[in-house]
Design a protein around this ligand. Structure first.
Ligand code: PEP
Ligand code: MN
Length: 341
């Protein structure tokens, strides 16, 4: 349930309402927006008389939220969530470019790529240290040494780091990492999500390859319900009958999720297509459709990459693309908010 308050509500009346709700065992989350203040109610609201609440002087409107995701719901939080990390803002119609290799391979590689993508406008560096591979015989990542090299790349460039955490037990190793990525295969690792909810670290939550928007939002809800408001959603392609591309990029998720949630929406065209030649077009389409940002695999030597070379673009290709994306963003401007009704 959400209670929409009138402007400048009487403080005493508001205090009594909040106290009364808490006595009913309802958790109340106030959201002060640019135009409205909203009280989001979580708990068993079935016994709450909507007419009684509507009749209060300070109340403009009361609505039931029928969707099972509450804190992730735009009805709870009409303004976009904007997450500040390492001097960059993600969400609210930003154009956050997260770029870097699939996996960290050496200091020279990660620092070199970090410098190149930064010069081309990337604001976050990506790179896997712990890799979730389909085959146990494939390269599993540099692990702790990979984390150390990512921090060296941050030191050299100032770029905040985004890297994947695969298990809740790894959390102490990620203390200095700026954005914790939850991979597609782990989107419904509820133990991990609950632990991330206890931190305040930004979480880049990737959509599972056979998961609906509602599934994705319910996973986000786990993190939000734990007390961590910093969730970024990421579409990285879903499994369909098409085999030409690695996955199928669901771009309709951008305007759809924009309506359903206030959380930032990032698109990953690399894992979605699996083919470097397709990545620039999909990046452009995603920006035109209002994505808050992209996460793109960039490698200095794609044919020799230890992981995902076929879908990695070169720093030169990223440089060209970045300029085009800024131009598209310029044209599409604030359109991303048009779909919110
Ligand atoms: C990755 O980002 O390198 C990765 C493994 O992504 P996903 O979980 O989307 O497959
Ligand atoms: Mn990858």
């Amino acid at each position: 349930m959400v209670i929409i308050l009138k402007q400048h509500p009487d403080e005493t009346q508001l205090g009594s309402l909040m106290d009364w709700l808490k006595k009913q065992n309802i958790q109340v989350t106030p959201t002060v927006g640019a135009h409205q203040t909203i009280l989001g109610l979580v708990g068993d609201t079935s016994s709450i008389d909507m007419d009684l609440i509507s009749a209060l002087d300070i109340v403009e409107d009361v609505k039931r939220v029928t969707e099972p995701y509450k804190k992730a719901n735009r009805k709870f939080h009409p303004d976009d969530t904007v997450i500040e990390v390492g001097g960059t803002r993600i969400g609210g119609g930003s154009l956050t470019l997260i770029a870097g290799p699939c996996s960290v391979e050496s200091e020279e590689q990660i620092v070199g790529i970090a410098k190149a993508v930064k010069a081309s406008g990337a604001t976050v560096l990506r790179g896997g240290a712990f890799k979730p591979r389909t085959s146990p015989y494939s390269f599993q990542g540099m692990k702790l040494e990979g984390i150390r090299l990512l921090l060296a790349a941050r030191e050299a460039t100032g770029l905040p780091i985004c890297t994947e955490i695969m298990d809740a037990s790894q959390l102490p190793l990620f203390e200095d990492i700026d954005i914790l990525q939850v991979g597609a295969r782990n989107m419904q690792n509820f133990t991990l999500l609950k632990e991330l909810g206890k931190t305040k670290k930004p979480v880049l939550l990737k959509r599972g390859m056979a998961c609906t928007y509602q599934d994705l939002l319910m996973s986000a809800e786990y993190v939000l319900a734990g007390g961590n408001p910093n969730v970024i959603l990421c579409e990285r392609g879903i499994r369909t009958f098409e085999t030409y591309t690695r996955n199928t990029l669901d771009l309709a998720c951008i305007p759809s999720l924009r309506q359903l949630t206030h959380l930032p929406i990032i698109i990953d065209p690399s894992h979605a297509t699996g083919k470097s030649a397709l990545v620039p077009s999909m990046c452009k389409a995603a920006v035109a459709a209002g994505a808050d940002g992209l996460i793109v695999e960039v490698h200095n030597d794609p044919p020799h990459a230890k992981c995902d070379g076929a879908q990695s673009i070169t720093p030169a290709a990223f440089d060209k693309l970045s300029g085009q994306l800024r131009a598209i963003k310029e044209v599409c401007g604030e359109d991303h908010r048009d779909v919110i009704i």
